[in-house]
Write a protein that binds this ligand. Structure first.
Ligand code: PLP
Length: 454
């Protein structure tokens, strides 16, 4: 043990004694919680006044250090559930065999790339592996710029695409990204958030968003800056799973292509079976992008991200050098990613998302009829949003109420989080293995909180 390591360990754990790493010297959760303010950057503690001290997970449940069980209704990273035996076995077998950087040629990575490409429409034949959603959207933007030789990008306002330089530059969500680059680079151009519930065009008028975005792209091209691409989530995730207006992506993708640019779909939140009827969000829109960025759910908790595109786009990028990520697509990531996809396909989790999701949506709609605080129920499959408003006409966001409701739900054993630029939306995205009985527990708990007060 190096002196530097021992000192760092002592910082966190107190005096480690002689046997560093022996069970008696492992810090308790209390130690970690007490020290996290000193040693960690802020870890989204705004979700709870007192974050739960989670130690273990199983299926759609999380278990804290005192053995208390919570229903995890927000974890789209643990797509196939916590500690799925197939994923655990595959990952640990590979850990015993080999885990190294991605320079070597091993079969698991090509098999995995083939499996992912097979979930996409014809023509998506080239996969880049990275480690997160931010890296995936960042790389997608760079691919579009390299393939077109242009610097400008069009993005939707109020979106969140990540924290790395390029992904942060196209993220204009206030709530998720308060420290976003204060001076946005001049290659970023934004169009209105196509939020049919809260945007400037409500309800039927939402059809006006696409022509406005198309006009903005046309204008940019006419001014001599035809954009390299358009990036958007295929579902309005930051707003709590609001579906884009019908045909929005089809029209905007057509406009960007008319001017020689590329369409980028950020599927980091919604893709991979979560929407139930559609494996990918762009399928719901009847649109096909040129570049797809995916992460979160594909790794089932392991940091895995991917960018999938067509060979000619990938080649334009690689002709300027080569792409290399030390741990992107590592043997363990590739094997775990494959195991996750096995589970989704073998256990019919897309179908589960459809059936359990539509049951939950119906229950939430019944709650909306009873509790005026619920302004709207958004979403499809197991990607649902519940928007709290003080007034259904003015849509005044019920921000403080939403935070208090999440705290009450936590007391009742349900993990939920506020989201959106007004922090007034519950974004419901449980592991895809969640059962009908579990979502009933959530709906009952919510009913109780809304009836008895928060
Ligand atoms: N894109 C979307 C739509 C996201 O919601 C997120 C994360 O929340 C990201 C990209 C960034 O992913 P990551 O946190 O894995 O870097």
């Amino acid at each position: 043990v190096s002196p530097g390591f021992a000192a760092a360990w002592r910082e966190v754990a107190g005096d480690p004694g002689a046997a560093i790493g022996a069970p008696s010297t492992v810090p308790t959760a209390d130690d970690v919680l007490a020290r996290r303010h000193d040693v960690l950057a802020e870890v989204q503690e705004h979700y709870y006044t007192l974050p739960p001290r989670i130690e273990r997970g199983w299926r759609e449940y999380l278990i804290d250090v005192d053995g208390r069980v919570y229903l995890d209704m927000v974890n789209n990273v643990a797509s196939v559930g916590h500690a799925h035996p197939h994923v655990v076995a595959a990952g640990s077998r590979q850990m015993h065999l080999l885990n190294t950087n991605s320079r070597f040629h091993y079969r698991a990575i090509t098999d995995y790339a083939d499996r992912i490409a097979a979930t996409l429409p014809e023509g998506f034949d080239t996969v880049f592996f990275v480690n997160s959603g931010s890296e995936a959207t960042d790389l997608a933007i760079r691919l579009a710029m390299a393939a077109t030789g242009r610097p400008d990008m069009v993005a939707m306002r109020e979106a969140y695409h990540g924290w790395t330089y390029a992904s942060d530059a196209v993220s204009t969500s206030i709530a998720d990204n308060p420290n976003a680059l204060s001076t946005r680079p001049d290659w970023v151009h934004t169009v209105d958030a196509a939020n049919s519930y809260r945007g400037k065009h409500r309800g039927a008028d939402a059809a006006r968003y696409a022509p406005e975005a198309v006009a903005a792209i046309d204008e940019l091209a006419a001014s001599g800056r035809p954009p390299a691409g358009f990036i958007a989530e295929t579902y309005f995730g930051n707003a709590g799973g609001v579906a884009l207006p019908d045909g929005y992506l089809r029209e905007v993708y057509a406009a960007i292509r008319r001017h020689g640019g590329l369409a980028i779909a950020d599927e980091v939140q919604v893709g991979y079976g979560r929407l139930g009827e559609w494996f990918w969000g762009f399928e719901q829109q009847g649109a096909v992008p040129d570049i797809v960025a995916v992460a979160k759910s594909i790794g089932g908790g392991q940091p895995v991200g991917a960018v999938i595109t067509r060979r000619e786009i990938a080649d334009r990028y690689r002709s300027g050098g080569y792409f290399f990520s030390s741990t992107g697509g590592s043997p363990v990531s590739a094997v775990i990613g494959t195991a996750v996809l096995d589970v989704i396909q073998r256990e019919g989790l897309q179908e589960n998302a459809r059936a359990v999701g539509s049951h939950l949506k119906e229950r939430l709609e019944r709650l909306a009829a009873k509790h005026p605080l619920i302004g709207a129920v958004h979403g499809s499959g197991l990607y649902l949003g519940l928007e709290f408003v003080r007034d259904r006409e003015t849509l005044e966001p019920a921000t403080a109420e939403t935070a208090a409701i999440c705290d009450r739900l936590l007391e009742l054993g349900v993990i939920m989080q506020p989201t959106g630029d007004h922090q007034n939306v519950l974004k419901i995205k449980p592991p895809l293995v969640v059962t009908r009985a579990s979502v009933d527990v959530f709906a009952d708990a919510l009913d109780r909180v809304l009836t008895t007060g928060w």
